[in-house]
Design a protein around this ligand. Sequence first.
Ligand code: SF4
Length: 116
Amino acid sequence: MVQEIICIVCPRGCHLKVDPENDYEVTGNSCPRGVTYGKAELKNPTRVVTSTVKIKGADLKRCPVKTDQPIPKAKMQEVMQLINAVDLEAPVRVGDVIIENILDTEAKLVVCRDIG
Ligand code: SF4
């Protein structure tokens, strides 16, 4: 059955139609990136995870973090549990790696802000 999704690769937000029964044919895209996104979104949807973690020894109570690459949406909940268990100590720098190879996805959880 054809599925309708919105392409989130750029702000234009094309309304894509993806047909899993026809080799994941994508229509409604305004550029080739929509085809790539539409196929991936149905076959193996992924997202970059952004969140915050607790930090001690700083004025801020939480430190923004993100994965350095998209991870499968199916692992999102488990990743959030790992993120919620993190307890950082200041200082931290942008790009510091908090968790390597999260759940064998090869993604790293990294710091997004300098906190002294
Ligand atoms: S299909 Fe291309 S133009 Fe349309 S939203 Fe996706 S990236 Fe943007």
